[in-house]
Design a protein around this ligand. Structure first.
Ligand SMILES: *[C@@H]1O[C@H](CO)[C@@H](O)[C@H](O)[C@H]1NC(C)=O
Ligand SMILES: *[C@@H]1O[C@H](CO)[C@@H](O)[C@H](O)[C@H]1NC(C)=O
Ligand SMILES: *[C@@H]1O[C@H](CO)[C@@H](O)[C@H](O)[C@H]1NC(C)=O
Ligand SMILES: *[C@@H]1O[C@H](CO)[C@@H](O)[C@H](O)[C@H]1NC(C)=O
Ligand SMILES: *[C@@H]1O[C@H](CO)[C@@H](O)[C@H](O)[C@H]1NC(C)=O
Ligand SMILES: *[C@@H]1O[C@H](CO)[C@@H](O)[C@H](O)[C@H]1NC(C)=O
Length: 337
């Protein structure tokens, strides 16, 4: 918003400058002339320049109210501060290895015709983003609450975000230093990435692994057929974190590896019960029990033979048994004729 009076003063001043024949002393209005604000990165050098002329009798550079240099005399005891030039036209100093606490106003002070004048420049120190403290890898039980922390430093202050890398979305899960997950699910396990971003340098990125424990869940346990004298294999698959341990039962009896011609083999989430030479007494109802520290679950698996189609609740395996039976009958039939 203009005040009409301002405009008149401004216009009059401008007009004066351009009226031919009127001598204009350049730079008088903002004398002494310091440069614009100086922006440097932490660790770099900053040069503070002040433009002067021959009328200047005294010069000094100040850090806030502390004199760094007066003319050629060094007042600062900081050996990072050196004089660059002290001529009729320029009075400059240099600060080596700038640090964040050097940020602030610096003043070029001059005396002209017994009038002190000053000009101010701001030293702005930039620092690349750096993650200074971040949560360690963590293991929790499903349903518990988790807070991940990622503290970052930098100038300007970096923006901190969290992403879930293993998730389907792979999107941002937090636009903040803290990521809070209440009632964590198994789908939320995996790697989380924290990025600290400012426009000074490349982002600082770090990862945290979240392991979510959950009790076993049997995902695959199918009834299986085998004929006498052949090999029979029952399979039981369970997902669990930590990985499940398996036990096999027939009715109340726990089966032991290597006894009665069976072998129990556990590989990751799969357990197999192998009968090397199936006999009639092997047919029946088996139970696979999967256990980890959070709990256990079990499933029944039937080993059935071609002669006795089991009253299986699994229609598919019943159909399979029928097919197999008819196949065997057909074979007998063919042999006979
Ligand atoms: C400027 O002043 C600040 C505050 O007193 C001080 O920490 C910093 O070291 C000074 N820097 C220089 C270059 O004198
Ligand atoms: C110089 O920096 C100061 C402090 O950050 C700010 O207030 C001022 O507007 C800046 N001046 C220019 C010309 O950028
Ligand atoms: C990181 O933050 C944690 C929790 O606030 C604290 O216990 C730990 O001492 C911090 N570590 C460092 C290196 O600052
Ligand atoms: C399987 O068991 C039957 C009866 O116990 C036996 O006669 C047969 O030789 C065995 N077969 C094999 C391959 O061990
Ligand atoms: C199987 O699970 C049922 C229900 O949870 C339980 O009652 C039974 O005792 C379990 N069987 C075995 C062999 O662990
Ligand atoms: C197998 O045994 C379990 C329990 O031991 C029972 O719940 C299930 O009905 C049995 N299956 C068959 C087909 O008999």
């Amino acid at each position: 918003m203009y005040h009409p009076a301002c405009w008149i003063v401004f216009t009059a001043t401008t007009a004066l400058l351009f009226i031919p024949g009127v001598p204009v002393r350049s730079g008088d209005a903002t004398f002494p002339k310091a440069m614009d604000n100086v922006t440097v990165r932490q660790g770099e050098s900053a040069t503070l320049r002040c433009t002067v002329d021959e009328r200047v009798t005294r010069v000094a550079w100040l850090n806030r109210s502390t004199i760094l240099y007066a003319g050629n005399d060094k007042w600062s005891i900081d050996n990072r501060v050196v004089i660059l030039s002290n001529t009729n036209t320029q009075y400059s100093i240099k600060i080596h290895n700038v640090d964040v606490y050097d940020e602030g106003p610096y003043t070029c002070s001059v005396q002209t015709d017994n009038h002190p004048k000053t000009s101010r420049v701001h030293l702005i120190v930039q620092v690349p983003p750096q993650i200074i403290n971040i949560s360690s890898d963590i293991t929790v039980n499903e349903g518990s609450s988790v807070t991940l922390m990622c503290l970052a430093f930098g100038r300007p202050e970096p923006t901190v975000t969290w992403r879930h890398l293993s998730g389907k979305g792979r999107g941002f899960v937090s636009e903040d230093e803290y990521l809070e997950i209440s009632g964590i699910t198994r789908d939320q396990s995996g790697e989380y990435e924290c990025s600290a971003v400012n426009d000074v340098a490349a982002p600082d990125i770090r990862r945290v692994k979240v392991t979510v424990n959950y009790p076993p869940y049997i995902s695959n346990a199918k009834n299986t057929g085998a004929s006498v004298g052949q090999k029979g294999i029952l399979r039981c698959e369970a997902s669990a974190v930590p990985v499940a341990e398996f036990q096999w039962f027939k009715e109340e009896t726990r089966l032991a590896n290597g006894l009665d011609g069976v072998r129990i083999e556990n590989k990751g989430r799969m357990s197999t019960l192998t009968f090397f030479n199936v006999s009639e007494k092997d047919y029946g109802n088996y139970t696979c029990v999967a256990t980890n520290k959070l709990g256990n679950t079990n499933a029944s698996i039937i080993l059935y033979g071609p002669g006795a189609v089991h009253d299986s609740s699994n229609a598919a395996s019943r159909a399979l048994a029928c097919l197999w039976l008819s196949g065997t009958l057909l074979a007998h039939f063919l042999i006979k004729f």
